[in-house]
Design a binder for this molecule. Sequence first.
Ligand code: MG
Length: 207
Amino acid sequence: MSIAADPNSCSPRAADAHSRNLACGRVYIGVRGVEIVCAMPAPQPIRRQYKDEVIQLLASRGVSVNDIAELVMLIQKSYLPNLTMDACRRSVRKVLAKRETQNAIFTGVALDMLAEKGLLPPPLVDMLRQDDSLYGIDEVMALAIVNVYGSIGLTNFGYLDKSKLGVVGRLNDPRAGQVNTFLDDLVSAVAAAAAARLAHHERDVAD
Ligand code: MG
């Protein structure tokens, strides 16, 4: 008898594979004649860079690089009068090229999507769907991005979190039609870090 799933993962050397690696995604476990197929996909090599994937993921959730660059412009233009949208977009892309940023976005957006589909256990699924104000882990995760560029980033993040400017306001609208509990903080954090990066860069040039 066979339990579970993927015929492509069938291996004639099941017992052998089991003894070597339980997490390979192709393992059959034979116990008293019962065959169990592990349907977990085989692991892929992990690359150093996922910038394109993270930009695509944000776009699939309704956020573009330009949306985030507009936030950067809003919070930084009074300090940098010659700031251009091109420079804001470039700074956002630099922040999105950091693995700390990519890891936080992959994790947070995955949790938003799982909550949306009802694939997380209670009470977590309800906390995320209702964006419970006492949850707070969404803000904590976003700090992984903010911290890359120090205390200016932290101040900017607090401001964006309170003011709900631009795309952050749109993501917080209950009519958005999707769970954005992590995404709004991640987007604020990327904008805050990109603005802090510009501030530091300006200081470096002045020095
Ligand atoms: Mg949130």
